[in-house]
Design a protein around this ligand. Structure first.
Ligand SMILES: [Zn+2]
Length: 167
């Protein structure tokens, strides 16, 4: 059974989370490396997490980076899902599934899986291999390649132009 149990809020948070390790001026950085910075990042998204839950979020980020960027097995997400329960309830409108026991890390794993089902292949790394960001391509032709046209798109175009005119 394939079931999407998270909403667009969690999908947006997932993309934000994946994009917390940007390369700035050629240097890989981590917006969540410092606990104070991490708390500020979370607060900006309406979240206040205990240190243990914050650490789990940083660990699930590493697992999701491996899955989305390197094609690692989603089995890496298993440790984050152990406390999650899914329970069906029925009412006038039909059956709905209630998730319980999902901390923020588990919700990110579930959001990744929701996107896998609802938007197959559309969450992917930026085509600029020197860039560590990700994109969620919601365009109809599904041909977006860059985290941002303004940054990586233009940079890669300029590089190709330079190589063409030089060669
Ligand atoms: Zn990029």
């Amino acid at each position: 059974m394939e079931l999407c149990v998270t909403g667009t809020d969690d999908e947006a948070l997932l993309l934000d989370l994946l994009n917390t390790t940007p390369v700035i001026d050629g240097v890989p950085t981590d917006d969540l490396a410092d606990p104070h910075d991490a708390d500020a990042w979370l607060a900006a998204r309406g979240l206040a997490l205990e240190p243990a839950e914050r650490d789990a979020l940083i660990r699930v980020r590493a697992a999701l980076h491996a899955v989305v960027r390197d094609g690692a097995s989603p089995e890496l997400l298993a440790p984050f899902l152990s406390g999650v329960d899914l329970r069906p309830t029925a009412d006038d409108s039909g059956v709905t599934w209630q998730v319980s026991g999902a901390d923020t890390a588990a919700r990110m794993a579930l959001a990744w899986d929701g996107l896998r089902i609802s938007h197959p292949g559309r969450l992917r790394p930026c085509a600029n291999t020197a860039c560590h960001l990700f994109l969620l391509d919601r365009s109809r032709p599904n041909n977006a390649r860059w985290c941002s046209m303004a940054v990586c798109g233009n940079r890669m175009k300029a590089r190709r132009h330079y190589q063409r005119t030089r060669g």
